[in-house]
Design a protein around this ligand. Structure first.
Ligand SMILES: C[S@@+](CC[C@H](N)C(=O)[O-])C[C@H]1O[C@@H](n2cnc3c(N)ncnc32)[C@H](O)[C@@H]1O
Length: 289
């Protein structure tokens, strides 16, 4: 949704922009191309930062790439002596590179170690998390983050499966889920899809602290500064909507919401990239004093 990001962030105004999820650097490049004077690109995936460095090489010292979690935005900007910024972008979730790159363990389309960490330098892998969680926790995760109605059945199958042998590969997890879910008719969607999404969100704690991050980001905006957030999950979108609303009435931050309803990608974009089908974009502007 590059055109929509540019429309709302208006980088042609110049100034400092933070891409909190720089990924492969596609949005960041568009911001720089359209006039952003300086861009700070954060990502918690060292592999993504290496790819972004390639994409953004030609912009030289207008770009600084930082390995870090956007939930530490204040600390990361303070360390660089940046008190206020003109625009913030957060394009949440997993990148196509993470999904498609062999060895990351995000996809059931290949059989490989069940890792799923965005930050490959820290935290338990999906295999560790599945080994240590009780059945109730697994069921809750799969139900809430995967919106999977067979969550309890799948959780039981995982626990029974791991008693036979540890669940350490994407292939094994997918197989357990596929066997646990009743098949009725033909579906284009693999029965393991929702469970894989849920485990990924859980392992990376994707919803934790999202509201606090958004509040930090809005407080860092200079008057007239803009924020754009793109989500891929209804729970994430709900957090963005409620946090923006709360900040709208907050006297100190004074936020004007620019998108009454979330903006969704055009049919042409969904046709080009099927993962975009669940994207929702919300934008807001910090009011001038
Ligand atoms: C959808 S992709 C962003 C794609 C990017 N806009 C582009 O143009 O290539 C999301 C990225 O956010 C990163 N990410 C997810 N959670 C993060 C967090 N808490 N802190 C920093 N980066 C995060 C992921 O590692 C991934 O690279």
């Amino acid at each position: 949704m590059v055109a929509e990001v540019l429309e709302h962030l208006e980088p042609a105004r110049g100034g400092v922009f933070v891409d909190c999820t720089v990924g492969l650097g596609g949005h960041a490049r568009a911001l720089l191309e359209a006039g952003a004077s300086r861009l700070i690109g954060l990502d918690r995936d060292p592999g993504a930062l290496a790819a972004a460095a390639e994409t953004l090489r030609e912009y030289g010292d207008r770009v600084e790439l930082v390995h870090g979690d956007y939930r530490r935005l204040d600390e990361l900007l303070d360390a660089r002596g940046i008190p206020a910024v003109d625009g913030v972008l957060a394009d949440l979730g997993v990148s196509s590179m993470q999904l498609d790159q062999p060895g990351r363990g995000f996809s059931f389309k290949r059989d490989e170690p069940l890792d799923m960490r965005m930050d490959t330098t820290a935290g338990p892998t999906a295999a560790d998390a599945i080994r240590d969680a009780d059945e109730r926790t697994l069921g809750g995760v799969i139900y809430e983050f995967g919106e999977e109605r067979h969550a309890r059945r799948i959780a039981r199958a995982i626990v029974e499966g791991r008693m036979r042998a540890p669940v350490e590969t994407t292939g094994r997890l997918a197989e357990i889920v596929r066997r646990a879910v009743p098949r009725r008719g033909y579906s284009r969607i693999d029965p393991a899809t929702r469970t894989f999404q849920a485990i990924r969100i859980w392992v990376n704690r994707e919803l934790e602290g999202l509201d606090a991050f958004l509040t930090q980001a809005v407080r860092r905006l200079c008057p007239g500064g803009r924020i754009v957030v793109i989500t891929f999950h209804s729970l994430e979108d709900r957090i963005v909507k409620h946090t923006f609303r709360a900040l709208q009435s907050g006297g100190e931050t004074g936020l004007t919401i620019r998108t009454k309803r979330p903006v969704v990608p055009s049919e042409a974009e969904v046709e080009r990239n099927s993962r975009a089908r669940s994207a929702k974009l919300r934008a807001a502007e910090r009011r001038t004093a």
